[in-house]
Write a new protein. Structure first.
Length: 392
């Protein structure tokens, strides 16, 4: 398997373009054509200058650039292996990040160790940046645990399945950080679909009023399952921040350098007491919403062709090669490393032990509860009935 393979689909049509009911839509605007879009690397790998954000990546070294490339390649390889495992019945479900590697790696590498991250359920690249073993991400999707890692070990919260609720958790945590006088920030990840949730609106209100040190990082992959973004908003998502009294920025979500720079800027604002920021990473979900979804039913093939040319991994590789920052040996070694990662993930998933059947009754209430004790006893009797039946 090539680590740079994609399964891209089409970009959404621009707001204001009419569609006929039942027909799949096509895009008109794409990264590189939007004057409001912060971009430091073109799809062809050309380095652009930006007076406002260049300083946030000015000191980046060739070794660090290769590190960003490695992060994206290995994250994509892990994601591809997880998708294959689900197709083979080893996982119940999987939410792929294919196409969103630059948004996640760029923003994830912008965080400090003492910052706290609140993900949704697709932030596999951010988890990688925070030092969470990728195999730990799979336990929940296999149904053997409720998360698989200690959030406080990496300042990376457990995945949140309820759409948008993690933004409220992040805001509350950030308010606590401010009250404690800590020199750290909080970042909350969500998608364009979640931006329509009331929890997100409440988060914007509370964070603005209390000047909370939180960055809202929206990965606008342009499809909330089968719903295109223009069915949810009449303005670009980043402009919503204006109504709440804090800045919003749209960044090319397929440009890892731009995502790194903009997120560093936003986190520095938060740490210095300037309050929240909304970052809209304009990217694209190349694959399905989850492995239970068939995007061919609602997206036209033209999008795949348009967005494959903007692939975040190929973009950085072109820049590395043009600047003589990487040789063929580096890419060959990385290919071998990615295959080894895929093998490790596959073996780890198949070796995961079944959970303790009674674990579901633990940690429901902090001090225990009579009803939970009763339910536990009923379940124990139910389990014992099978043993009794076998013994008869």
């Amino acid at each position: 398997m090539s680590v740079e393979s994609t399964a891209a689909r089409k970009p959404r049509r621009s707001a204001g373009t009419k569609s006929t009911a039942g027909k799949r839509t096509t895009a008109k605007n794409a990264p590189g054509t939007d004057p409001e879009l912060v971009q430091l690397l073109t799809p062809e790998g050309e380095r652009l200058k930006n007076a406002e954000y260049d300083k946030y990546v000015a000191g980046i070294t060739p070794d660090e650039l290769r590190g960003l490339y490695r992060d994206m390649v290995l994250t994509r390889r892990f994601d591809a292996e997880a998708t294959a495992l689900q197709r083979q019945g080893e996982l119940g479900l999987w939410a792929s990040l294919l196409g969103q590697e630059a948004a996640q790696i760029g923003s994830g590498r912008a965080t400090r160790e003492d910052d706290y991250v609140f993900p949704t359920y697709r932030e596999h690249g951010v988890a990688w940046c925070r030092g969470v073993d990728p195999t730990n991400l799979l336990g929940m999707f296999r149904g053997v645990n409720n998360g698989g890692w200690d959030p406080n070990s990496n300042n990376f919260h457990l995945y949140t399945i309820v759409i948008g609720s993690q933004t409220l958790h992040a805001t509350g945590y950030a308010m606590g950080v401010a009250m404690d006088g800590a020199d750290s920030a909080v970042i909350a990840y969500f998608g364009d679909g979640a931006s329509s949730q009331g929890d997100v609106a409440e988060s914007f209100t509370f964070s603005a009023v209390y000047n909370a040190p939180v960055v809202f990082f929206c990965q606008n992959n342009q499809w909330a399952i089968s719903e295109p973004t223009e069915k949810q908003t009449r303005v670009p998502l980043y402009q919503r921040a204006q109504g709440y009294g804090f800045p919003g920025v749209r960044v090319d979500g397929n440009d890892v350098l731009a995502c790194l720079a903009v997120t560093r800027w936003a986190l520095e604002r938060a740490r210095s007491g300037e309050g929240p920021t909304l970052v809209e990473a304009y990217t694209y979900r190349m694959g399905a919403h989850t492995t239970s979804d068939d995007p061919s039913k609602y997206r036209a093939d033209e999008e795949r062709e348009a967005w494959e040319a903007k692939d975040p991994i190929l973009r950085l590789r072109r820049y590395l090669e043009a600047a003589n920052h990487a040789e063929e040996g580096f890419f060959a070694e990385l290919e071998a490393e990615s295959e080894a990662l895929g093998k490790r993930v596959r073996e780890a998933v198949r070796a995961m032990p079944d959970p303790d059947h009674f674990a579901i009754f633990e940690n429901v209430y902090a001090d225990g509860h009579a009803l939970v004790d009763e339910e536990r006893a009923q379940f124990a009797a139910y389990q014992a009935s099978f043993t009794d039946a076998e013994g008869v």
